[in-house]
Write a protein that binds this ligand. Structure first.
Ligand code: HEM
Length: 425
């Protein structure tokens, strides 16, 4: 490889040689010739749409949802613990800048050769960008190999998710050693952020799978509706009671305190099938009214569902297999999670449905990128979904095609790097 080639394509050697621990300048990761650049300035003096990057907790978990998601799961190629730490330090420094609306690396706004920031977010405000990092089971050990000396620190709550009834997981579209969840009110900002981090980690982390998603930033809808046309998120914990639901505490390892466990499921929805159902049947499926979002038998969205109510014939008004009956904490010994899901559309694809009318053909490859955050997935997602996967009426229209679990470490303060508690302890 010539020296020109070295500059055109940063090598792992360059990456690792430059990367230090927290606070190391990312410019040091790049060939010297490319570093001296015009200092960028913030696009506007007021950063009203900036979400804090530093804090007790990572952003993007209890942060009110933004309208766009770009999610990426990576395998790790780094062979040494110090290389992984260097990558996390580099990601931390870049993330602090990106969430502030700055290019990934200092002095990169003009055209370096090669550019140190791809540039598509230049001139855009932060757009409430949050970057949330999670550590998957493969980071702790891969095929029994304790690559980074952290196998013993894997939390018991970071379980290998079991095979659930009806799972049709697509090869290569699940799991991962480390993930980045980027959320912003502009899809270009969210994609840009992940793209920069993936470039910076060249040689240390390799993309495994990605998923983009959308919600709506339009508050006129109230609780946002999912692609099935129903309000989704009504019974999520509120900001007043969310803390004990999501944040890990003294019950687990000290390094995870104030972190959270994320379960992600790519759930394909048979939209064409759903669209042929009468509204009354759709409402029975969820146990809620489509227009108002109210539980069946009630009048307002936030009314408490009456699971004991019956009609004149003695039939349950909220059916036995309705989604909310099976998912409600009151019917699961209090098990609760925070859902932070985005709709997705991956184009159209050939599909053979597993339920009547067993249609085959080109259909939307669309659905819900379900994400839940909880203190312990064993007593939240796994417990709930084990039963739901068998009898939920919604299963007639949904197929889980991707799955992953990550331990999202606590937030950090300036001078620390993401995951520092894991490696320092
Ligand atoms: C495509 C898949 C899914 C769709 C379209 C969907 C949609 C909905 C809707 C419309 C509601 C009622 C409104 C609300 O309270 O948010 C709801 C509630 C809920 N869903 Fe799902 N959901 C899906 C998958 C899942 C999965 C896999 C779980 C995991 C266990 C889950 C857990 C819950 C919970 C805990 C509630 C609140 C129940 C309550 O307290 O009343 N959902 N979902």
């Amino acid at each position: 490889m010539t020296s020109d080639d070295e500059q055109a394509r940063p090598s792992r050697r360059n990456f690792l040689a430059g990367a230090g621990i927290a606070g190391a300048g990312l410019a040091a990761l790049r060939p010297a010739a490319a570093v001296a650049q015009v200092a960028p300035s913030r696009p506007t003096p007021a950063q009203a749409d900036e979400e804090p990057f530093y804090g007790t907790y990572q952003g993007g978990i209890t942060t009110p949802m933004q309208s766009s998601l770009y999610f990426a799961s990576f395998d790790l190629a780094a062979t040494k613990r110090s290389d992984l730490i260097a990558m996390l330090a580099a990601w931390t420094a870049a993330s602090a800048r990106l969430t502030a609306g700055l290019p990934a690396e200092p002095g990169t706004q003009n055209l370096a050769d090669p550019p140190l920031d791809s540039g598509e977010a230049v001139g855009l405000n932060p757009q409430r960008l949050t970057l949330t990092f999670g550590f998957g089971p493969d980071m702790f050990s891969l095929n029994g190999d304790d690559r980074y000396g952290i196998a013993a620190k894997r939390p018991a709550a970071l379980v290998d998710l079991p095979h659930f009834n009806g799972d049709e997981l697509i090869d290569g579209q699940s799991n991962g050693a480390i993930c980045i969840q980027a959320c912003a009110n502009d899809p270009q900002v969210a994609f840009h952020a992940v793209r920069q981090l993936a470039r910076i980690s060249y040689g240390a982390a390799t993309l495994k799978w990605v998923q983009s998603g959308f919600s709506t930033a339009n508050k006129t809808q109230g609780t946002p509706r999912n692609l099935m046309g129903f309000k989704d998120g009504t019974m999520n914990p509120t900001s007043a009671n969310v803390a004990p639901v999501v944040w890990a505490g003294a019950e687990g390892p000290a390094w995870m305190q104030n972190g959270s466990y994320m379960v992600a499921r790519r759930i394909r929805i048979g939209l064409e099938h759903w669209d042929r159902m009468n509204v009354a049947f759709q409402e029975q499926t969820f146990g809620r009214t489509k227009h108002t979002g109210a539980p069946l038998g009630s009048t307002a969205e936030f009314d408490t569902p009456d699971f004991d109510a019956t009609d004149a014939d003695g039939n349950a008004i909220i059916p036995d297999n309705a989604h909310i009956r099976l998912a409600a904490p009151v019917n699961n010994n209090g098990a609760t999670m925070l859902r932070r899901s985005y709709s997705y559309n991956n184009g159209a694809n050939f599909v053979a449905e597993r339920w009547p009318p067993w249609k085959q053909g080109i259909e939307y490859d669309s659905g819900l990128f379900f994400q839940s955050y909880q203190q312990d997935p064993r007593i939240a997602f796994v417990k709930l979904f084990d039963r739901m996967s068998k009898i939920d009426a919604l299963n007639q229209f949904t197929t889980h095609v991707g799955s992953a679990i990550f331990a999202c470490p606590p937030g950090i303060s300036k001078g620390q790097y993401i995951g520092q508690t894991l490696f320092a302890a």
